[in-house]
Design a protein around this ligand. Structure first.
Ligand code: GAR
Length: 211
């Protein structure tokens, strides 16, 4: 049986779990992988405390319900791929209010700027569906597929002010086989994402990742 780190006793030393919020925009299969790992007790001392989503009705919100983690949709403002400054400040406050000290971007399709970066300095990580620094930006899988690469994969990295350019924490490689279609290639990349993202969160929570 796994107990969240904050309930652990015995050493006389107060444990402080790495509380984090998940931000996502869509299906939320990576959020689900994180929540599953937490339930299975394989997320180290990390604890998901909230899910925030920018798209009304996105499936990621259902995963929150299924796993008992508060999940809310918040207004990002009028732009498609960034926040308005006021809304980004409101998101930063809402995320702080949730108790989160870290942010995990799991399929979040907006660029972060000062309000969030300054509220969570060096405490935001992102998942990207390519081997960075190749194929940054939107549709990393499609970009790699169309380029005709023999291998691609996924990356977890720290987030800084430069899009998809923060320090890399981990990557997984996926080979493109002759029999692959873009769909099967994408499925293989997603399967790797579901492994490396929870594992990076675990490693950060245990102090094994230093920027
Ligand atoms: C994932 O493949 C993730 O790498 C990608 O969105 C997908 C979300 O899937 N993120 C980006 O492209 C960020 N630039 P999910 O909603 O099922 O977790």
């Amino acid at each position: 049986m796994h107990f969240p780190a904050r309930f652990r006793v015995g050493s006389g030393v107060a444990f402080s779990a790495m509380k984090f919020a998940i931000l996502g925009s869509g299906t939320g299969s990576n959020a689900e992988a994180i929540l599953k790992a937490y339930r299975a007790g394989t997320l180290g001392d990390a604890e998901p405390v909230a899910i925030f989503c920018d798209i009304p009705g996105a499936k990621i919100l259902e995963h929150g319900k299924a796993y008992g983690v508060p999940a809310v949709q918040l207004d990002p403002g009028p732009f498609k791929t960034k926040f308005s400054p006021e809304r980004e400040a409101a998101w930063a406050q809402a995320i702080k209010d949730s108790g989160a000290e870290w942010i995990v971007l799991a399929g979040f399709m907006r660029v972060l700027k000062a309000p969030l970066l300054e509220a969570f300095p060096n405490r935001i990580i992102n998942l990207h569906p390519s081997l960075l620094p190749s194929f940054q930006g939107l549709d990393g899988i499609g970009q790699a597929w169309r380029y005709g690469v023999a291998v691609s994969g996924c990356t977890v990295h720290f987030v800084n002010a430069e899009l998809d350019r923060g320090a890399i924490i981990d990557q997984a490689v996926v080979r493109r086989e002759k029999t692959d279609t873009q769909e099967t290639f994408a499925q293989k990349i997603h399967a790797q994402e579901h492994k490396i993202l929870p594992d990076v969160i675990r490693r950060i929570s245990l102090g094994e990742v230093v920027l």
